[in-house]
Design a protein around this ligand. Structure first.
Ligand SMILES: Cc1cc2nc3c(=O)[nH]c(=O)nc-3n(C[C@H](O)[C@H](O)[C@H](O)COP(=O)(O)OP(=O)(O)OC[C@H]3O[C@@H](n4cnc5c(N)ncnc54)[C@H](O)[C@@H]3O)c2cc1C
Length: 260
């Protein structure tokens, strides 16, 4: 590791004031290995772990709010999350392994926007709002590509707001080595509207599968997806699986998310 300055922030205002051209440290599960490999070399680290106002979950009966420094383990086990959006608690319980879930944070995951991460699919399917120190960003305007988001330099995610849905489910085919999604499909229904978000596969990261949304809005059953396929041309292939394999998996995971 190279030399850098470390500031343990005590409040949101302190964190934003202190970061300059540096980076926020949440769980460190992505940032620290990136620094060790010199893929990023920020000279200033602002640690969010002692910022109490960035922790916890709450629900107002219509919107579930998860603050940025809430660990995956807390999302998984929170009675508030389990009652408001049980599928989100289940999704959190499928992230990595217990060590990862006790350290990784929702804010870190959503800021990082790894193309194989699980939360981006939930954020997009549930039409969540990303709340930052300076504005509110709709999910449809937030994800901009691989590891790329609408966040500006030094912009801090403070919370994610998830509107309740009539139903929300997520099915993931795990890479057995990394535990990330080879493909994950999240499906949310609210009234007559259905949103389907796919992670792990898109060449531009998480994306909405509009054709599946239309089919499910007309007929909310797994059978409605029969014969529907994503073109491999918009899907990533790598040493873990070809584009054709992942494209096929999207259909399979979508049906599993529908309970098939
Ligand atoms: C072995 C392993 C397995 C994993 N498996 C999975 C998996 O199955 N599914 C999955 O989804 N993820 C998985 N992860 C990812 C992990 O769960 C974390 O979500 C991820 O590493 C980032 O979260 P973090 O809190 O550690 O963020 P950090 O590593 O601390 O930060 C990541 C990036 O986000 C920025 N950042 C952090 N917080 C904020 C904020 N509040 N506002 C703005 N920017 C911020 C940082 O500056 C940095 O650039 C895995 C990780 C490991 C190491």
């Amino acid at each position: 590791m190279y030399a850098f300055t470390h500031h343990s922030a005590t409040s949101i205002a302190d964190a934003v004031k202190s970061v300059g051209e540096g980076k926020y440290l949440a769980g460190g599960h992505t940032l620290v290995p990136t620094m060790k490999q010199r893929l990023a070399m920020p000279g200033n680290i602002v640690d969010l772990n002692k910022v109490a106002e960035l922790k916890g979950v709450s629900d107002n009966g219509g919107v579930l709010t998860v603050k940025a420094m809430t660990r995956h383990y807390e999302v998984e086990n929170s009675p508030v999350v389990q009652k408001a959006i049980p599928g989100l608690a289940k999704l959190a319980g499928g992230i990595g392994d217990p060590q990862v879930r006790h350290r990784g944070t929702m804010g870190g995951s959503v800021a990082n926007n790894d193309p194989a991460a699980d939360y981006p699919a939930a954020v997009l399917a549930l039409n969540a709002t990303i709340v930052t120190d300076r504005r509110r960003i709709a999910a449809d305007d937030y994800f901009k590509g691989l590891f790329t988001t609408a966040l500006e330099d030094s912009e801090l995610i403070t919370a994610i707001e998830f509107p309740h849905a009539d139903s929300f489910s997520y099915a993931k085919f795990r890479n057995p080595a990394s535990l990330y999604a080879m493909v994950g499909v999240a499906i949310a229904k609210k009234g007559g509207a259905v949103r389907v978000a796919v992670t792990g596969a898109g060449s531009d990261g998480v994306f909405r599968w509009k054709e599946a949304e239309d089919k499910l809005a007309a007929n909310f059953t797994a059978a409605a997806l029969d014969g529907l396929a994503v073109s491999p041309s918009r899907v990533n292939g790598d040493l873990h699986g070809s584009a054709e394999y992942r494209a096929h998996l999207i259909g399979v995971m979508a049906k599993r998310a529908m309970g098939a």
